[in-house]
Design a protein around this ligand. Sequence first.
Ligand code: HEC
Ligand code: HEC
Length: 352
Amino acid sequence: MNPVSSRPSLRMCVRWSLVAASVLILSACGGGGSGASSGSSTATTQSVGLSATAALGEKIFRDPSLSLNGNQSCASCHVAERGHAGPLRFVGPNSDIPTEPGSDGVSLGGRMSPSIRYLSFNKPFRFEDGSASTGTPTGGMFWDGRAATLAEQGKGPFLNPKEMANADVATVISKLATATYANEFKALYGQGIFDNPDAAFERVALALQAFEKESPEFKSFSSKYDAFLRGQASLSASELRGLALFNSTSKGNCAACHPSAIGKDGSFPLFTDFSYDALGVPRNWKVATNPAEFDLGLCANGTDAINALSDAAKAGLCGKFKVPSLRNVGLRKAFFHNGRFTSLTDVVTFYV
Ligand code: HEC
Ligand code: HEC
């Protein structure tokens, strides 16, 4: 939350009908469009109109052979049916599996797999409109902003023991060297590229980034709400009531952090300003197995920008997580960084 903006405190945010609010999120913010061409998560489908680098990135994105047990790709945890968030096949009131299992089938991360749509509009982490102690923390990848770019982010999952779980970079690249598209990789980056695993890994990350930035499936702007903004669709009476509550600074004030209006430059709203806030979402005990451990978010993200701060300034950032886009939120099965709530009605009840 920007201390110098007009955002009132969350406590003042909401006092209105749960029903109207839920209807709004599902329909107006939900961004019904499930994206363009490649809805499936198999290694065979391919989007058209991508650069050679991005087309290669798409193959890497969908290739499970690059994981420990040959069973998990980026596309396993970022599925089109859920707005490119996690599939959460096991989540639910009667399940003890709150997040996506890794390639080993048993390891569980502590955070939700977020939607990776519309991230081409995000920028590296910085403090906006002020110094590190007064500015608004904004941008960066992951719930805590610890990766500056999509390329930097993309290296993580291959080596994360709770995700694709490869032992090291050399292991990833030796798998890549036997992939069906290995020759395309060599054609783009040189016949000897696999002899230098670190250089090849850099190219993997850049290819993934190119795919995530270029592919229309990650930025379709095809929801009913987009059509409404274009004057090509109308919202129902209850949707309009929800939208008014969402936008009203004296009611929901959701748009203070999840902007819903067309920008001055004509850009369509992303329903996030990529800033960070501490909402105080309750713990998800299904995730937090050790009661002594807390997910502190931004203040503990381990980056130089945060580590350079004074202890007091750092403390002010604890509990803050990045504002997620609400586009396609109606397709998701669990909400907030820890998946504490599994229905939008519960999310709105929490805000109220
Ligand atoms: C086992 C599930 C899993 C796999 C596999 C996986 N991810 Fe993720 N992804 C996550 C989770 C969980 C997070 C959030 C982690 C965090 O914030 O600490 C995430 C975060 C991200 C983000 C940041 C989103 C944001 O809003 O900042 C991007 C981008 C992303 N993943 C892309 C990828 C790519 C590319 C791959 C393949 C190289 C991949 N993911 C593989 C679960 C997964
Ligand atoms: C002060 C800024 C702020 C305001 C105001 C705000 N939000 Fe959020 N919203 C966030 C942040 C930050 C998160 C992520 C928090 C976390 O995971 O701990 C979030 C997460 C969400 C999510 C979960 C999305 C997901 O993918 O997990 C929904 C749904 C949501 N907000 C809806 C709303 C609605 C509806 C309102 C108005 C009643 C609202 N928000 C007002 C900052 C805000």
